[in-house]
Write a protein that binds this ligand. Sequence first.
Ligand SMILES: [Mg+2]
Length: 210
Amino acid sequence: MTRPGMRRTATLAVTAAALLAIAAPAEASAGPGTPAVVTAARTAAADVDYGTWQKDCRAVMDQALPYLQQRIAQPKPGEKQAIVFDIDNTALETDFGFSFPQPANKPVLEVAEYAQEHGVALFFVTARPGIIAAPTEYNLEKTGYEVSGLHVRGFFDLFKNVADYKTAQRVAIESKGYTIIANIGNSATDLSGGHAEKTYKLPDYGGQLS
Ligand SMILES: [Mg+2]
């Protein structure tokens, strides 16, 4: 089980690596028209390149979409349907780009757009701390997600197991009357604990992507 402290250390290390890459333009080998910074950042996070990550994400979303199309078309009487998303390396391209706003993870955004166009509420449950709730919501909306709810960690949540925290947020969403038809994330701690009809696991490459 990854502790929050370890996770933050890993993120800081990744950020430092990206800054080093930005500070060393002589290392850049990007072709004309390709910003060197983006190229450097997109290969800094994990032992996998951006194209492979996108292909792997799309393979999972290619399974999610037909299920969601069918499930959304067959609501139970009075049902309010919802989908829960993790943010980092799920809804957004956290570890493959160091810009703000961060770009949407396109295969996931496409599924989200289908759902929101068909009246499904999108909830975002993240281990990000509450202090960055406002820029996070701005980022999600700016990149195309319609945010029905953003669940960030409060001070006392920082001492809880991440999986338990995330499960408690899904229980809270259900208590508002929503049926969670899918939970989409890239870490095991996003998806364990039930309270979703289906779970879809994007790659984290053995914990390399937060
Ligand atoms: Mg994540």
